[in-house]
Write a protein that binds this ligand. Structure first.
Ligand code: NAD
Length: 498
């Protein structure tokens, strides 16, 4: 029974315990270490998360190794059928999954439900791949020789995920990894630990053999590093911050493990002077503030044509001030994930103001008593910053946006392309020539016209230039290139026998 999973292990005076999942069962860290997890909505300690060590990672790798033969020898069609069953069970348990995410991540219920819906679609897409998983048929220079490619599993893959959209992050990596025949050691986020266990229970119920999907809880610097450095893990797929991504690339590079990195962003939204202003305000607000700005694809910089600047800014401030903070269904954004992140965001706002930024609405950067209020940051808009200021160039991962007047589209493109990141961008204009001129030239892996900086769907490739990643694209069918090794098989027919 998945419903209320995390409540069945109530121990330690009403604190919930969240464990690992290894070889089809829950188990705590062999070293009995624990991480405190606080409720972002009220700052209260609610969960103890088992803090895994290298020993636990070794146990998970052993389970994944033992189950590899069976899983990889299932036909892709059979693997797809099991994925379909997981999806069916996710649909049945959608409200329990949403409730869990809303509670642990501090989200309004509609946001959590939307994320579960996206994870289900992700599963549907990759279950269908079981009946495709296409290779190529090739020609040859040798008469009678035939050649084709097949997709083969890497073996054991290490998946490391952040907390911002917990079930979507798990689905994004797990479904393509499974359909390609890999077995998995997934490092859950310490801030949203239990949804991975709920997913594991559903997968087991759907018929996924024990050991194929294992979950490790714990600190990145201990269990995350142990996964990255484990010699039997062939591929590391990581979603998280750029600094950690660089470290992972360096460590995994020492043994030439495959690496897929989905990292940070400083994404720009451009408002041209022919844009529908109300639509532009609506999408700017969603891009900057939804999910409390905790999106790699958040629109954290807005460039506005100077002849409509004042008009846009007036409407944008009104919109930001109208947003309701909280985790109820009538709220627009919840708190940020933890106290560390809350304090970092406040510090960044303070620095921006010291750098000459003008606070138009939201937080002034001072720290308040968060004990009873949770980790809430009001939607914050800052103008007047130089393009070289820290806030103009650094990802904040909170509901904070800086805005800049620009003369024309050429200037907007120049500022966009001077960023170290290159994940997503958006442009608002009624002119298709301007939109396409910009879309063709901007250095970002996703370009959206007349919508927000986020909104990629499960069948669309996602990833970015520069510090936003290492060039891979997940999900979409491009994810199959991440989760499989390509093999070229050729054979020579003996035509002289006929
Ligand atoms: P983070 O890098 O701190 O942590 C992400 C995960 O990595 C966690 O599970 C953490 O425990 C683990 N980790 C931390 N240190 C590690 C180490 N040394 N070795 C191995 N694993 C380690 O990121 P976060 O603050 O949780 O998430 C926010 C970041 O994620 C932002 O930068 C955001 O842009 C990025 N993100 C990117 C995408 C994308 O698709 N590009 C999507 C969502 C989030």
């Amino acid at each position: 029974m998945v419903a209320g999973h995390q409540y069945k292990n109530i121990v330690m005076k009403d604190l919930i315990k969240v464990l690992n999942w290894i070889n089809g069962i829950e188990c705590s860290s062999e070293e009995d270490m624990w991480i405190d997890k606080y409720n972002p909505d009220n700052g209260k300690l609610t969960i103890k998360v088992t803090n895994s060590s290298e020993i636990d990672v070794n146990n998970a790798v052993k389970a994944a190794e033992n189950s590899f033969k069976e899983w990889s020898e299932f036909t892709p069609v059979k693997r797809g059928q099991i994925l379909s069953k997981i999806v069916d069970l996710m649909k049945v348990s959608a409200s329990e999954l949403s409730e869990n995410i809303a509670l642990e991540a501090g989200k309004p219920p509609q946001d959590a439900a939307g994320e579960v819906g996206a994870a289900i679609m992700q599963g549907e897409f990759f279950a269908g791949e079981g009946m495709r998983l296409y290779g190529k048929s090739l020609t040859s220079g040798t008469p009678g020789k035939y050649s084709h490619t097949t997709r083969n599993p890497h073996g054991i893959v290490g998946l490391i995920v952040p907390a911002n959209t917990p079930i979507a992050n798990i689905a994004w990596k797990t479904f393509p990894a499974l359909i390609c025949g890999n077995t998995i050691v997934l490092k859950s986020s310490e801030d949203t630990p239990s949804v991975a266990i709920m997913f594991a229970e559903l997968a087991k119920k759907a018929g996924l053999p024990d050991g194929v999907f294992n979950v490790i809880q714990g600190e990145g610097s201990i269990s995350g590093e142990a996964i990255v450095n484990h010699p039997k893990i062939s591929l590391i797929s990581f979603t998280g911050s750029t600094n950690v991504g660089i470290r992972i690339a360096q460590n995994a590079g020492k043994r030439l493990a495959r690496v897929s990195l989905e990292l940070g962003g400083k994404n720009a939204l451009i408002v041209c002077d022919d844009a529908d202003l109300d639509e532009a305000v609506h999408w700017s607000s969603l891009s900057a503030f939804s999910n409390a700005g905790q999106r790699c694809a958040a629109g954290s910089k807005i460039f506005i044509f100077e002849n409509i600047y004042d008009n846009f800014v007036k409407k944008f401030i009104m919109k930001a001030k109208s947003l309701k903070l909280g985790t109820r269904s009538d709220c627009d954004l919840g708190p940020v994930i933890n106290q560390r992140q809350y304090q970092n965001i406040k510090k960044s706002i303070k620095t921006a103001i010291e750098d000459g930024g003008i606070l138009l609405c939201g937080e002034d950067g001072s720290l308040s008593d968060i004990d009873n209020e949770g980790y809430y940051i009001k939607p914050t808009i800052i103008s007047g910053l130089n393009h070289s200021a820290e806030l103009s160039n650094t990802e904040i991962f909170g509901p904070v946006v800086s805005i800049y007047p620009i003369k024309n589209i050429q200037e907007a493109l120049e500022y966009c392309n001077s960023s170290k990141y290159g994940l997503t961008s958006a442009i608002h204009t009624k002119n298709v020539d301007t939109a396409m001129w910009f879309a063709q030239r901007v250095r970002s892996g996703v370009v959206n016209i007349n919508i927000g900086t986020y909104g990629s769907e499960p069948h669309m490739p996602f990833g970015g230039y520069g510090l936003s990643g290492n060039g891979t694209r997940e999900p979409g069918s491009e994810a199959l290139d991440v989760y499989s090794e390509i093999k070229n098989i050729s054979f020579l027919t003996r035509e002289n026998l006929i």
